[in-house]
Design a protein around this ligand. Structure first.
Ligand code: PMP
Length: 442
């Protein structure tokens, strides 16, 4: 009997014992293609020798030194690398241990920035429905996934949610993509005016929605308009790229494809590729200067920020991605994966939409393709797909439940950046089989 409290108490999970490349192995000797890298984490696949070597070297030299006393070589080198590759205006990096911590820190940076500027009336956060920003209280407040929030609501700081940019569900009949994007962004301006723009500190959004809605990219022009609105009212734009960032969509940052630079950006999963827990907030020169010329500190901190082992792993992961030009593979294999999924599942009676960018693809499951009716959440179609996929040796990320009135089941396919054509064919084969099995009774 396990003594681990699993999220699903009664789930009996296989014991993972090894990982090599795109494959995971369990204690019973079964193998699985890791087609979602957990939750878009394992971007380099498993057991990469260069990362293992970097971890050995770092463990040998220095495992830990508290950031209140010291910085470290891998932390400095990683910060240099991240700033060099960051969107325009980003000048500094704040390391944390994961995505939720990055989101918490970004919200506190936004608040402190305005306090130090003498605008302490700015306290409101605007974010979006059908989003996920993490499970700690600040991040949960910002997120719009009602299933995850409901029972904790009394503990959450008030956040104001607008509709996301989610063309499959919200674009009107006959409305062009750009037109829809402008309308979706207008909801932000309307909300700012309703709240009083000088009470709002930040707008937070995922450029490509991940865990809640299954790889939903913003339509062209949406984020540009959002940026203009934030600038107009002096509101900070926080882009949460914890899941969609660090190469997952085919460019280092997803927002590059939208031609937009944020004031604050959160990154995590693909940063360390699962070799160590690590996340970061990238912040603009303007925010850094305000702290530097004001209190001289960011009033925050955790024991493990900038952990040398975590930074060494992330540095090695990022160096391999660049050296092996893996983002080119993300683009090519992403396009192939999308084509194969369209061929195989595009007309499936229960696959309503296939979307995404790069190696970040979502499938939205529906009871009825013609009117997009979702499955009854009680059927737990996403969980059935996960089970059927695991039985076929495929790990894909399922999501489902009621999210602000839209009940949906989604499957996220986000394999490591090293996948080849054969892997892609196997993933599509096994996933199509799993979807057939999971939906055959409906
Ligand atoms: N933001 C986004 C966009 C995420 O997808 C996630 C994790 N799924 C988080 C934040 C939280 O990250 P973590 O689980 O590492 O705390």
């Amino acid at each position: 009997m396990t003594h681990i409290l699993h999220r699903q108490i009664h789930a009996s999970l296989p014991v993972a014992t090894a990982g090599r490349g795109v494959e995971l192995f369990d204690a019973d000797g079964r193998s699985y293609i890791d087609a979602s890298g957990g939750a878009a984490v394992s971007c380099l696949g498993h057991g990469h020798p260069d990362v293992i070597a970097a971890l050995h070297r770092q463990a040998d030299r220095l495992a830990y030194a508290h950031t209140g006393f010291f910085t470290s070589e891998p932390a400095e080198a990683l910060a240099d690398r991240l700033v060099a590759g960051a969107p325009e205006g980003i000048s500094h990096v704040y390391f944390v241990s994961g995505g939720s911590e990055a989101v918490e820190a970004s919200l506190k940076m936004a608040r402190q920035y305005f306090v130090e500027k003498g605008e302490s009336g700015r306290r409101n956060i605007v974010a979006r429905r059908q989003s996920y920003h993490g499970n700690t209280l600040g991040a949960l407040a910002a997120g719009g996934n009602e299933m995850r929030r409901t029972q904790f609501r009394p503990l959450l700081v008030e956040t104001h949610h607008i509709d996301p940019c989610y063309a499959y569900r919200y674009r009107r009949e006959g409305e062009g993509e750009r037109e829809y994007g402008q309308r979706a962004a207008q909801a932000l301006e309307d909300k700012l005016l309703e709240l009083g723009p000088d009470t709002v500190m930040a707008f937070m959004a995922e450029p490509v929605v991940g865990a809640t809605a299954g790889a939903v990219p913003a339509v062209p022009g949406y984020l540009k308009r959002v940026r203009e609105i934030c600038d107009r009212y002096g509101v900070l734009l926080i882009l949460d790229e914890v899941m969609c960032g660090m190469g997952r969509t085919g460019t280092l940052h997803a927002c590059e494809q939208d031609g937009v630079a944020p004031d604050l950006m959160t990154i995590a999963k693909g940063l360390g590729g699962g070799y160590q827990p690590i996340g970061a907030v990238l912040l603009s020169r303007q925010i850094f200067d305000t702290f530097a010329n004001g209190s001289g500190m960011f009033q925050h901190g955790h024991t493990y920020i900038g952990h040398p082992m975590a930074c060494a792993a992330a540095l090695a992961v990022q160096e391999v991605i660049e050296r092996d030009d893996l983002l080119a593979n993300v683009r090519t294999m992403g396009a192939l994966l999308r084509t194969r999924l369209d061929e195989r599942l595009g007309q499936h009676a229960h696959v309503g939409d296939i979307r995404g960018r790069g190696l970040f693809i979502g499938l939205e499951m529906v009871a009825d393709r013609t009117d997009k009716t979702p499955f009854d959440p009680k059927l737990k179609v996403h969980a059935r797909i996960k089970k059927a996929a695991m039985e076929r040796g495929l790990a894909v990320y399922p999501a489902g439940g009621t999210v602000d009135g839209v009940e949906g089941d989604h499957v996220l396919v986000a394999p490591p950046f090293i996948v080849n054509e054969h892997d892609v064919d196997q993933i599509v084969d096994r996933l199509a089989g799993a979807i057939d099995t999971a939906t055959k009774d409906f």
